[in-house]
Design a protein around this ligand. Structure first.
Ligand SMILES: C[S@@+](CC[C@H](N)C(=O)[O-])C[C@H]1O[C@@H](n2cnc3c(N)ncnc32)[C@H](O)[C@@H]1O
Length: 187
């Protein structure tokens, strides 16, 4: 059976992230991806997580505590567009994950937005190491989602093929704007 976009994202993360790695969750939300990343990097690895909402940081902290994994995660209640001020080390992280849109079971008016998302992707690519992957799950059914989808698609489509491989993973016969994945691999 074909994986849905989120399952496929998790498969890519599991294949790529190794014990001891440093990785970034650019939109921690309810902490689903943060938890997976924390499990994969092991006790010697590091997960850096961003979200602008206190609620997201609190829910994720709780989730990590319940799994005894908080020690390897640094959560910042900051926009991911500030990524470089938190973590400026070039060519050093093996994976960066974005889930665009609003916090599930949260305030649906607080959404990721094109300018800050693109700045964060651009900066994220500088800290990504060779063969590292930057994954972007695009949810665009909400108001404002289409604009962000187009902006992000335009940006990643323009990345030079000599430096990056860019993949779009999408079901094309489903109703109700199913989310899709953009995966950027640094060469
Ligand atoms: C779709 S949710 C993330 C879902 C999460 N990956 C999970 O597993 O639950 C998107 C999140 O992005 C956050 N967000 C919005 N703008 C942001 C920004 N500039 N920087 C970081 N996070 C942001 C929202 O607060 C929201 O929690």
């Amino acid at each position: 059976m074909l994986h849905n976009s989120l399952e496929f994202t998790h498969e890519l993360i599991k294949k790529r992230v190794k014990t001891g790695d440093t990785v970034i969750d650019a939109t921690v939300g309810n902490g689903g991806d943060t938890l997976l990343l924390a499990q994969l990097v092991g006790a010697d690895g590091k997960v850096i997580g961003f979200d602008i909402q206190e609620e997201a940081i609190n829910r994720t902290t709780e989730k990590l505590k319940n799994h005894n994994l908080l020690d390897r995660v640094a959560l910042y209640q900051k926009g991911h567009e500030q990524l470089l001020s938190v973590y400026p080390e070039r060519d050093s992280v093996s994976a960066i994950v974005f889930n665009l849109g609003y916090l599930p079971k949260g305030d649906k008016r607080i959404i990721t937005s094109p300018d800050t998302t693109i700045k964060a992707i651009e900066d994220g690519l500088t800290v990504l190491k060779e063969n590292g992957i930057l994954l972007i799950m695009i949810y665009y059914g909400h108001e404002g989602g289409l604009l962000e989808k187009e902006a992000v698609l335009n940006y990643v489509t323009s990345l030079p093929q000599t430096n990056y491989q860019v993949l779009k993973y999408e079901f094309i016969n489903q109703k109700n704007n199913p989310p899709f994945l953009l995966a950027v691999e640094k060469r």
